[in-house]
Design a protein around this ligand. Structure first.
Ligand SMILES: Cc1cc2nc3c(=O)[nH]c(=O)nc-3n(C[C@H](O)[C@H](O)[C@H](O)COP(=O)(O)OP(=O)(O)OC[C@H]3O[C@@H](n4cnc5c(N)ncnc54)[C@H](O)[C@@H]3O)c2cc1C
Length: 405
């Protein structure tokens, strides 16, 4: 149980709010009222709907699909997409802060929202024809439809340009064949945004409904990370895709990469949320837990850990915020997004590892969120471009030399 601690960092925040007591650099001042309102709404929802069930969902490896409707109601799907296309009509910082609060709850929860908004709604909004937009976006925005995004294949992960999934022109439709791997939400999805090569070898995007003949999405079992999020394959055996469902004008990897930029941006914010939850827990725990006759927080080694965690989180917050201001002007580059995703996820993982140790034996139990965040972040550091791939992107940006091959 938490004592009522008179501590400056605790004091500044809303009293008794375990989700907010550490805005050391007053980053809050950089937000406007709309951002703060969005953050509060999501925070309240996570506390009411997610916190009570998340440890159980995680332990049982069950995705709480009923949360999709709630995510839609709080505006977590496509917060920065236009309202008339199912989005929230907010700016990029609001989108980021919503992802932060979701991931403070659980990275799997944020993944559900990221995929739906940034990897499914965004490409349909950006690249589909008007009829397809009208057909799918309102239902995705309201959570009536669940979407997934199929880029990664069993043999092609970091190198999606080598994908073998393909479409062939069959007159009034295309025929889709191939398989995708590691697809968030696929076993429960109503539709998938799929990337496949056409007969010229160009990567094309399309909306494929899960009820169509030849479509299957077996679940991937045995995950020890993101256990509250469902992941599966996508298998296409001669699936007939109507021509109007294929994005008309976008060809090549630019299409999927633009979606990934949007989602990676959200992850840069989201990871801060996971780090905040770990830090908050470590601070509380070490202030309360006594060894050698005094609180753990009174020892220099603990203070070094807390001070460094807070410093790194603050740097991550500022990186995300600056990226958000650039994104609002349409100026955030893929390389800048890579840097922020890479830094912030790694930072969150380091914070989680330190926090785990600071909780001693209790740190390995589900009494605290630490192990769950730590295990989740092992996926987050791999998906949407691995830690190493983002480093290579930054390296290419600064040297002009491609070290991928
Ligand atoms: C839980 C989860 C959910 C996911 N959800 C989705 C989804 O919804 N949709 C989707 O399309 N994908 C999804 N993915 C896939 C994810 O994006 C890939 O796992 C990721 O891109 C890495 O691909 P890979 O696993 O095949 O690893 P590989 O590409 O085989 O990489 C293995 C290792 O080699 C390193 N490596 C690769 N190439 C180089 C190089 N040139 N130089 C140096 N090192 C290199 C990598 O950094 C990595 O450490 C998900 C993955 C997970 C784990």
């Amino acid at each position: 149980m938490t004592k009522n601690i008179e501590h400056p960092t605790f004091h500044r925040a809303a009293k008794g709010d375990r989700f907010q007591f550490h805005d050391h650099y007053l980053v809050d001042d950089l937000l406007d009222d709309d951002h703060r309102m969005a953050r509060q709404a999501v925070r309240d929802w996570v506390k009411a709907e997610v916190s009570p069930i998340i440890e159980d969902s995680y332990e049982r490896g069950v995705c709480a699909t009923h949360l999709f409707k709630g995510l839609a109601e709080i505006g977590a799907f496509g917060p920065s997409l236009p309202v008339e296309y199912g989005g929230g009509g907010m700016d990029e910082i609001a989108y980021g802060i919503i992802m932060q609060e979701l991931e403070r709850g659980d990275s799997g929860l944020r993944s559900m929202a990221s995929v739906q908004g940034s990897l499914v709604m965004y490409p349909i909004y950006k690249y589909a024809n008007e009829e397809t937009r009208k057909k799918y976006l309102p239902k995705l925005g309201s959570g009536d439809f669940i979407g997934c995004f199929g880029l990664t294949e069993p043999d092609h992960g970091s190198d999606p340009g080598s994908m073998v999934t393909n479409i062939k022109d069959a007159g009034d439709h295309y025929v889709l064949n191939g398989a995708k791997m590691w697809i968030t939400n696929s076993p429960i999805a109503d539709l998938a945004v799929v990337w496949a090569k056409d007969e010229e070898g160009k990567v094309r995007g399309m909306v494929v409904e899960s009820g169509w003949e030849g479509f299957s999405a077996p679940e991937i079992h045995g995950k020890l990370s993101l256990r509250a999020s469902i992941t599966g394959e996508l298998v296409f055996e001669d699936v007939k895709v109507p021509k109007e469902n294929v994005f008309p004008d976008i060809k090549g990897l630019r299409g999927p990469l633009s979606c990934l930029s949007k989602a990676r941006y959200g992850i840069a914010w989201g990871a801060v949320g996971a780090a905040l939850d770990c830090y908050d827990s470590a601070l509380r725990y070490t202030l309360e837990r006594e060894q050698f006759g005094r609180p753990l927080a009174g020892f220099q080694l603990t203070q070094k850990k807390l001070a460094e965690m807070l410093t790194e989180i603050t740097k991550g917050q500022l990186l995300a915020w600056r990226l958000g201001t650039l994104a609002n002007k349409g100026e955030a580059t893929p390389a800048q997004i890579s840097m922020a995703k890479r830094n912030n996820v790694n930072m969150a993982l380091e914070v989680a590892r330190e926090a785990r140790q600071m909780h001693g034996g209790m740190g390995i139990t589900n009494e605290y969120p630490i192990m769950r965040h730590m295990a989740n972040l092992e996926s987050v550091i791999t998906y949407e471009g691995t830690h190493d791939i983002h480093l290579l992107i930054t390296g290419m940006e600064v040297t002009g030399l491609n070290a991928f091959k």
